[in-house]
Design a protein around this ligand. Structure first.
Ligand SMILES: Cc1cc2nc3c(=O)[nH]c(=O)nc-3n(C[C@H](O)[C@H](O)[C@H](O)COP(=O)(O)OP(=O)(O)OC[C@H]3O[C@@H](n4cnc5c(N)ncnc54)[C@H](O)[C@@H]3O)c2cc1C
Length: 495
């Protein structure tokens, strides 16, 4: 059972983004309203912070923003940790500029305390969390809401149009686009509410970290001191924090957008894609700010429309789908016809089987697949046009469809900065059989349409590009004894 929204939020202009996660009421006799962020790591244009300010102003309380980083989330590595901490550093810096207190806690050898969000919640009127439909942020928020005695309110900060106002009956991207497009204009302006009270400066139940004055070297020290996977290095392609996101936005406006419609499918073209997805995944930038950049760019209308369709139709469609699923990461989300045909072919001869080591390191017998995988391994990102080929080929390289699903999700989630996202599982499900069945095809795939590497290989410089991409210097990463199949076959990770 859940509660109705408190009046201040029920009448807020962005109320459609908010829902109660438990049945507890707001307790006005408190020190602050707690805003617990996990993935929406930006201080401005952040509806979770805005909702917290809206409620806090009504109660005459300050807001306290909290971001904690544990060592035991799945796939914690130097790559993910460094990117997250860079975003968190700028979150606290910009919270301070916005007049809101922000504290952090980073687990590491000399400092490991548990239950911090519960301790902070004990002094709060209510806790605002983000409404994320996949992976750790969802699992933690739901578990916390079930265990705490405080009101927990979840706010959608990831989408331009809150999925809740779209209804629950949309079954295709065409229908989604039709319903979503007319609503967009209403959601293009950020609330950016102002806190009426001074930043919270009272007692805290633990000694926090304050990252706002951290240098990149300080962040590197925190990463080095954490018990995480140190074999996967940070990506040089994605500068940290808001500075990194703003650099990508400027590049989008000046270089990418003008030719986007024409070159976005060319993986060999270095300006074909915005490379914004890691910043979007970790909320360093939101769709509103990106759309404002698109509007301001001197680019053809067709290019702007194409980009908006990727960002607003495709991305938000996968968020909408994931919001409707209890466990969007699971194999059984693949369409029924695709599971049926793939399972009917599970016993087919599989001459292209590869080891997990060869797959992880991009050292299979398929040069084109290796070129794709090296982007994940080295850059922590992959070009859109390569991803469908990459996903479909895994079906032939693994022993059965369930292992194929778990392998694709594992590689994407562990290596890519934008992994663990609604777009991860939605797109992998689409490459394993979105749309309608094709004609019975080659062994292993059944009615699942295959895809060739032609869109890259058949370009004039395609073969040379593929060869260079497939042999890029790469890190030697730790190879697990067993693939973590439970997460993708049985359901969410343990508490
Ligand atoms: C098998 C497979 C796995 C994928 N895994 C992920 C993933 O883990 N995380 C992720 O964010 N995207 C994923 N995608 C979607 C897409 O490939 C990436 O969003 C895109 O390549 C990111 O690069 P970009 O920011 O330069 O994209 P751009 O071409 O610059 O597009 C701008 C934005 O539009 C959105 N977008 C573009 N294409 C898609 C799409 N097909 N689906 C949903 N949103 C889209 C993204 O938010 C992207 O950042 C996957 C696609 C496939 C086929």
């Amino acid at each position: 059972m859940t509660n109705p929204l408190p009046d201040a939020l029920a009448t807020w202009a962005e109320a459609a983004r908010v829902r109660s996660l438990n049945a507890h009421g707001v307790r006005p006799a408190a020190r602050y309203v707690l805003c617990w962020l996990q993935q929406a790591l930006r201080a401005r244009d952040n509806p979770v912070i805005d909702a917290a300010i809206c409620l806090a102003n009504d109660l005459g309380l300050p807001v306290l923003v909290y971001h904690g980083l544990r060592e035991d989330y799945p796939y914690a590595s130097d790559r993910l940790h460094r990117f997250i901490l860079g975003a968190s550093r700028d979150l606290s810096l910009e919270c301070r500029q916005r007049g809101v207190a922000c504290i952090q806690y980073v687990d590491r050898a000399e400092k490991r305390e548990k239950g911090l969000v519960y301790r902070l919640a004990a002094e709060s009127a209510a806790v605002l969390v983000e409404d994320q439909p996949t992976f750790v942020a969802r699992w933690q928020s739901e578990r916390f809401a079930a265990r705490t005695d405080r009101a927990v309110l979840a706010v959608n900060a990831a989408c331009l149009v809150p999925p809740a106002i779209l209804g629950d009956d949309i079954g295709s991207t065409t229908a989604f686009r039709r319903r979503h497009e007319p609503l967009r204009a209403d959601w293009l302006t950020a609330s950016d509410l102002m806190a009426e009270l001074a930043p919270y400066d009272g007692p805290l139940p633990f000694v926090p970290d304050r990252l706002d004055t951290s240098t990149d070297a300080d962040i590197d020290r925190l990463v080095a001191a954490a018990a995480i996977d140190h074999s996967l290095p940070p990506s040089p392609m994605f500068p940290l924090g808001r500075g990194g996101a703003l650099e990508k936005l400027e590049r989008l406006m000046d270089t990418v957008l003008p030719t986007y419609a024409a070159v976005r499918n060319d993986a060999t073209n270095p300006v074909g894609a915005s490379t914004l997805s890691p910043y979007l995944h970790f909320g360093v930038v939101g769709p509103r700010e990106i759309m404002a950049t698109v509007e301001a760019a001197a680019a053809p209308a067709g290019a702007k429309d194409k980009f908006a369709d990727e960002l607003l139709t495709w991305r938000e469609w996968f968020h909408y789908q994931a919001s409707a699923l209890v466990e969007p990461e699971r194999y059984d989300r693949i369409s029924g016809w695709a599971r049926e045909t793939l399972e009917a072919h599970a016993a087919d001869p599989r001459p292209e089987l590869e080891t997990l080591d060869a797959l992880l390191h991009g050292e299979t017998r398929d040069e084109s697949w290796n070129a794709c995988q090296r982007q994940f391994l080295v850059d922590g990102w992959m070009h859109n046009n390569l991803r469908m080929y990459w996903g479909k080929r895994i079906i032939a390289m693994t022993p059965d469809p369930q292992t194929a699903w778990a392998t694709a999700c594992y590689l994407n989630d562990r290596l890519s900065l934008d992994g663990r996202d609604p777009s991860t599982y939605g797109n992998i499900a689409a490459s394993f059989g979105g749309g309608s069945p094709g004609r019975e095809g080659p062994a292993v795939y059944g009615k699942v349409p295959t895809r060739s590497d032609g869109s890259t290989r058949h370009r004039p410089d395609g073969p040379a590009w593929l060869e260079a991409a497939a042999t890029r210097p790469r890190p030697e990463v730790a190879v697990p004894a067993d693939l973590p199949v439970d997460l993708y076959l049985e359901g969410r990770a343990p508490a």
